[in-house]
Design a protein around this ligand. Structure first.
Ligand code: HEM
Length: 237
């Protein structure tokens, strides 16, 4: 994957990898905004396909990409990548980056969650897709089953990985983190379900929230790109 480290195609100080990631972020954000407008206009079928395929492609791309780069985002490597002053780095660059990374995690969870909610909250009237206004609540039994099966799966994967690649605290943290994340998301979800029992209302409210997250993600991502590779390029990149 060495070509990812070669100079990028936008002609800035960025590497191929950073340019590829910025290009894909632009394409995906545009796709989701178009999908959002389709929903607002009541073109639910176009909305469904754009969001469904777009979100799967996005989750797939960024997971593969970050695994290849081994999270080697310049920023995580430290100050050398940034050519601006220490104040600018501490008070502007790092805070924007931290917000960006937190939103990436929320954005990934919301992508998967919204796809599932889309399928659960939709109904067909003739051949037209529509949101169903009836209450859509997850029972405690089902929540228990989801947490239970995730825990079992994570333990199994941990045991398999441990047996083949050796046990480590780091691996344990990753799998424990996954279980905690799923339990945490379900906890928030049950609270939200009580606030908006109707699946349709929930899809609209959380869909709007997700779209705002994606727009802020694009802005913070583009800002870090601009600062690192155009305004204040450093030693690497
Ligand atoms: C994955 C990300 C998704 C996001 C962020 C999202 C977001 C939204 C938003 C914000 C609305 C309300 C638009 C408005 O009236 O203001 C909406 C409506 C809707 N969504 Fe989604 N959605 C997603 C996925 C899906 C999927 C996968 C399906 C189907 C399986 C779906 C089916 C629908 C339907 C049927 C409507 C109603 C459209 C209408 O009013 O005719 N959505 N969505």
């Amino acid at each position: 994957m060495d070509w990812l480290r070669e100079p990028g195609f936008f002609g800035t100080h960025a590497t191929m990898g950073a340019d590829l990631s910025q290009l894909m972020a632009t394409i995906f954000t545009t796709l989701f905004v178009v999908g959002w407008f389709k929903a607002r206009r009541g073109q639910a079928s176009a909305h469904h396909w754009l969001m469904f395929c777009g979100m799967l492609a996005m989750v797939g791309f960024f997971t593969a990409y970050y695994l290849f780069r081994q999270l080697g985002v310049l920023a995580v490597e430290g100050k050398e990548g940034f050519g601006g002053s220490q104040e600018l780095y501490d008070h502007v660059f790092v805070p924007i980056l931290v917000v960006h990374i937190i939103l990436v995690i929320i954005g990934l969870v919301m992508a998967i969650y919204m796809i599932i909610l889309g399928f659960r909250a939709q109904m067909f009237v003739g051949d037209r897709r529509q949101l169903n206004e009836r209450p859509l609540l997850t029972t405690w039994k089902r929540i228990g089953a989801i947490v239970g099966s995730t825990t079992a799966l994570a333990l199994l994967l941990f045991a398999l990985r441990g047996a083949t690649a050796g046990f480590s605290l780091r691996k344990f943290e990753v799998y424990a983190g996954l279980i905690i994340l799923v339990a945490f998301v379900l906890g928030i979800e049950t609270t939200i379900q009580r606030l908006w029992p109707s699946g349709a209302q929930r899809h609209r409210a959380l869909g709007l929230f997700t779209m705002v997250i994606y727009c802020v993600l694009f802005v913070t991502g583009t800002t870090t790109y601009t600062m690192l590779y155009i305004l204040y390029p450093g030693k690497i990149g």
